[in-house]
Ligand binder design. Structure first.
Ligand SMILES: Nc1ncnc2c1ncn2[C@@H]1O[C@H](COP(=O)(O)OP(=O)(O)OP(=O)(O)O)[C@@H](O)[C@H]1O
Ligand SMILES: [Mg+2]
Length: 261
């Protein structure tokens, strides 16, 4: 018998509604490890809601969400994060008065197994863990090229750098899947190109799978392996960037908007 591995992530007929209004209807897709998957769709299509279902902020009324074959429906957000699913937010959620270093180090919290008491008793283990934390944080600061800002309070930094720090904090959790909700929204061309490069580096160097939600079609068509298209909470297309660009349903939903890279 062939050995069959479960997909990394499965959405099966996920349905979510608010007071009878459907935000997601029968949303289904499958992702494999290391994949760069994009979810696109007009405003209000349900993209952020899908993230919220996945990381336990919303509980869908219908369907199932499986991580490596096991249902994670109804799991608390912190438990989902512990499984290895991290996210960044549509609106930056950092601690503005804390430094870049402190904000990124916060992401390590979830990976630290030594409680304060154990830490006091097994000093050696705590120390080893602290060293490992520092090493990881330095690796991230390096990868995202934010060395120059490491000691600045995040609130004082340009928007594009803040978005990078938020990405760094998610990476500090050493996720297997990273959810990026509009990582280049509000960025200029140069900042967008930098972010595209970092996203590709994360996949190449760290092998982390990602779901990218983005309105910047140029970016999505350029870097995504596969794209899922939502409209009014329903999947209206799925495929490679080329397939999606030539899908009549998708073209219709985006009528008047530029779909090509
Ligand atoms: N907590 C909530 N209460 C009520 N309705 C909600 C809630 N969250 C989302 N919705 C509704 O669900 C639908 C999908 O919203 P969602 O934020 O997921 O869209 P989106 O695709 O992320 O849009 P955008 O591109 O503008 O970020 C919208 O009609 C929205 O008003
Ligand atoms: Mg959104």
């Amino acid at each position: 018998m062939a050995f069959v591995t479960a997909p990394l992530l499965e959405f099966e007929n996920v349905g979510l509604s608010f007071k009878g209004v459907n935000a997601l209807t029968d949303m289904s897709f499958t992702m494999t490890a290391g994949e760069l998957f994009a979810v696109i769709g007009p405003n209000g299509a349900g993209k952020t809601s899908a993230f919220n279902c996945l990381n336990g902020v919303y509980k869908p009324q219908r369907g199932d969400i499986r991580w490596k074959g096991d249902s994670i429906l109804g799991m608390r957000p912190d438990k989902v994060a512990e499984l290895g699913i991290a996210r960044t937010f549509q609106n930056i959620e950092l601690f503005a008065h804390m430094t870049v270093l402190q904000n990124i180090t916060l992401g390590r919290h979830i990976r630290t197994n030594v409680g304060w008491l154990a830490g006091a008793v097994w000093y050696g283990k705590a120390k080893r863990e602290e060293m490992a934390n520092r090493e990881k944080v330095e690796e991230i600061i390096d990868l995202l090229e934010i060395e120059a800002w490491r000691s600045y309070p995040v609130g004082l930094l340009p928007y594009g750098i803040q978005k990078r720090v938020e990405l760094g904090r998610a990476l500090a959790m050493e996720p297997e899947l990273l959810l990026l909700d509009e990582p280049v929204a509000g960025m200029n061309l140069e900042e967008t190109e930098d972010m595209a490069r970092f996203i590709l580096d994360i996949r190449e160097e760290l092998g982390i799978a990602m779901i990218l939600v983005e309105h910047d079609m140029g970016l999505v068509m350029d870097i995504a392996d596969r794209i899922l298209v939502l409209d009014f909470g329903q999947v209206i297309g799925e495929g490679t960037p080329l397939e999606v660009q030539n899908n009549p349903n998708v073209i219709k939903a985006y009528l008047g908007e530029e779909l090509t890279a």
